[in-house]
Design a protein around this ligand. Structure first.
Ligand SMILES: Cc1cc2nc3c(=O)[nH]c(=O)nc-3n(C[C@H](O)[C@H](O)[C@H](O)COP(=O)(O)OP(=O)(O)OC[C@H]3O[C@@H](n4cnc5c(N)ncnc54)[C@H](O)[C@@H]3O)c2cc1C
Length: 433
C-alpha cells in the first residue's frame, strides 16, 4: 500500500494515531499545506511572529521525519488541488488526514472526499476525548461550558501513544525542501520556539522543575512573563503537543506532588479548550456570524480609525495599548490581557467583534479557530456565555493586574489622548458619543 498523510493541527510524531496508522505499507508521503489567509475583516496574511513559530514547528517536524528516513512536503497550495494531484503522481492507494476542527477545514475535507477516488480517513487527534466518549454524542453537545465540564470531567483520558519506531520510505521521486527559516527572532520577552521538543522542554521546566503549576490558580492572570500560566497554547494549537500529552504530564505531576486547586484548575482550562474544539465542529459557519451562535442582532459599527488605533495600540487606554504592543511584538497575550483588549474593542469602541478576532487570528502564535472565535463571541455576548457577554471595567482591571503600571510602561502604553471626533468625507466634525 502507498499512503499519503496530510498533517493539519497535529504537527507531531508522538501521540499521532493518524501517522501511526500509516506506519506500515510500502511507501508514505507526508504533506502539509500552508494555511490559506484570504482577506477577512480588512486584514490579510499572518503576523511575523505567528509565521516564525509555524516555520520553526515545520522545520522541527521535518528534522524528526528525516531521522526516520522520511520527509515532509510543505506546499503553499490548497489541499483540494494539491492532494488529488499527488495521489495521481505517486500512485497513492489511501489518504489519511489529521484533525483540524472548523468550518472551512470541514469544507476542505468534504471537497477532498469528493475529488479523491481512493479511501480517505480523518484522524480526530486534537482533543482529550474521542467523539464517541461524549455523552449523547455531538448532537447533544452542551451549549455552555459548565454542563459540558460536568459531563466529561470524569471520563478517562486515553494514554498518549508512543511514536512509530519506523516509517515506510517516501515514494520514489518525492523531493523535499526544508522550510525556510524566518528572518524574525522570537521577542526576548517571549523566547519560545515551535516544535515538539520545545513543547516538552516548556512542560518540564514550568511544571516539574519550577513547579509553577502548584500556584497556577493564583498566578494565571499575570499579564506578562512566563511564570503565571503554562504558555502551552502555541504548541497545543499547532499540535506539536497533544492535549493528552499535556494532561498526562499533569497527572504525573499530581501523582508525585499531590493534587490541589491549582492542578485541578489547569485541567479545567484544558477542558475549556476541549469545549471550544467540539463546539467549532458543531457550530460551523455560525462561529463567524456577527450575531454568533445566538443569531443575536447587535447594533455595532465599523469605524476604520478606531479599529486602526486599537490594532496599533494607540487608543485612549494605556493598558489596552500596552497589551496590543505585546501581541504584535511577541505573538502572545495572556488570557486576562485578551479579555481586556477584546472587551475594550467591543464595549468601549462599540465595534464589530469579528474584526478584533481577525486581528488576533493574524498575530497569535497560538491561534486556534474554536478558542479564538469562541472566546470573542463569549465576550461579545453572542456565544456560549450564560451571562450574555462580559464588559470589563478597564480602570479596575488596570489597578488590579497592573497596579504599579510596570506592564503598561514596559510595553509603551502611554499615548497622547486624541480628540473624540473625526471629520467625515465632507469635513464635517462628527461627535462620537
Ligand atoms: C479574546 C480571546 C481570544 C483567544 N484566542 C485563543 C486562541 O486563538 N488560541 C488559544 O489557544 N486560546 C485562545 N484564547 C484562550 C486563552 O486566552 C489562551 O488559551 C491562554 O491564554 C493560553 O495561555 P496558556 O497556555 O498559558 O494558558 P493556561 O492558563 O496555562 O491554560 C492551559 C491551556 O488551557 C487552554 N485554555 C486556557 N484558557 C482557555 C480559554 N479561555 N479558552 C480555550 N482554551 C483555554 C489552552 O489550551 C491553554 O494552553 C483566547 C481567549 C480570549 C479571551
Amino acid at each position: 500500500m502507498r499512503a499519503l498523510y496530510l498533517f493539519r493541527n497535529d504537527l507531531r510524531l508522538a501521540d499521532n494515531p493518524g501517522l501511526l496508522a500509516h506506519a506500515d505499507g510500502e511507501a508514505l508521503l507526508c504533506v502539509y499545506c500552508w494555511p490559506a489567509t484570504p482577506a477577512w475583516c480588512n486584514l490579510t496574511g499572518i503576523g511575523e511572529q505567528r509565521d516564525r513559530f509555524l516555520r520553526e514547528t515545520l522545520r522541527a517536524l521535518q528534522e524528526e521525519l528525516e531521522a526516520l528516513g522520511q520527509g515532509l512536503l510543505v506546499l503553499h497550495t490548497d489541499p483540494r488541488t494539491a492532494i488529488p494531484q499527488l495521489v495521481e503522481m505517486f500512485d497513492i492507494d489511501r489518504v489519511g488526514i489529521g484533525g483540524a476542527p472548523g468550518h472551512y477545514e470541514d469544507r476542505q475535507l468534504k471537497a477532498l472526499r469528493e475529488r479523491l477516488d481512493v479511501p480517505l480517513t480523518l484522524y480526530d487527534n486534537t482533543t482529550l476525548y474521542d467523539a464517541d466518549q461524549l455523552p449523547g454524542g455531538l448532537d447533544k453537545l452542551a451549549k455552555q461550558f459548565t454542563p459540558f465540564r460536568r459531563a466529561v470531567e470524569d471520563l478517562p483520558v486515553a494514554t498518549p501513544l508512543e511514536q512509530a519506531a519506523t516509517l515506510p520510505p517516501p515514494p520514489e521521486g518525492a523531493q523535499f525542501r526544508a522550510v525556510t527559516s524566518s528572518s524574525v527572532k522570537p521577542h526576548p520577552a517571549f523566547p519560545l520556539r515551535g516544535g515538539s521538543a520545545e513543547a516538552q522542554r516548556r512542560l518540564r521546566q514550568w511544571m516539574f522543575e519550577r513547579k509553577r503549576v502548584q500556584e497556577y490558580k493564583f498566578t494565571r492572570n499575570y499579564l506578562d512573563g512566563l511564570d503565571g500560566s503554562s504558555v502551552l497554547s502555541p504548541w497545543l494549537a499547532s499540535g506539536a503537543l497533544s492535549p493528552r500529552q499535556a494532561a498526562f504530564a499533569l497527572f504525573k505531576y499530581e501523582d508525585a506532588e499531590g493534587r490541589n486547586e491549582s492542578t485541578e484548575h489547569l485541567f479545567m482550562e484544558l477542558l475549556w479548550r476541549e469545549f471550544f474544539q467540539w463546539r467549532a465542529r458543531v457550530d460551523g459557519a455560525r462561529l463567524f456570524h456577527p450575531g454568533g451562535l445566538r443569531k443575536k442582532k447587535q447594533l455595532r459599527t465599523f469605524e476604520a480609525r478606531d479599529f486602526a488605533r486599537w490594532c496599533q495600540g494607540d487608543t485612549d487606554s494605556p493598558l489596552v495599548n500596552a497589551l496590543m504592543h505585546q501581541l504584535t511584538a511577541t505573538g502572545w497575550m495572556s488570557n486576562r490581557g485578551r479579555q481586556i483588549a477584546a472587551s475594550y474593542l467591543i464595549n468601549e469602541l462599540n465595534h464589530d467583534w469579528r474584526y478584533g478576532a481577525a486581528f488576533f487570528e493574524k498575530h497569535l502564535v497560538d491561534y486556534d479557530v474554536g478558542s479564538n472565535y469562541g472566546n470573542w463571541q463569549y465576550i461579545a455576548g453572542v456565544g456560549t456565555d450564560p451571562r450574555g457577554g462580559r464588559h470589563f471595567n478597564i480602570d479596575k482591571q488596570a489597578s488590579q493586574y497592573d497596579p504599579d503600571g510596570s506592564f503598561t510602561a514596559k510595553w509603551d502604553g502611554q499615548r497622547v489622548v486624541q480628540p473624540r471626533y473625526i471629520n467625515d468625507a465632507a469635513d464635517w466634525p462628527i461627535e462620537q458619543s
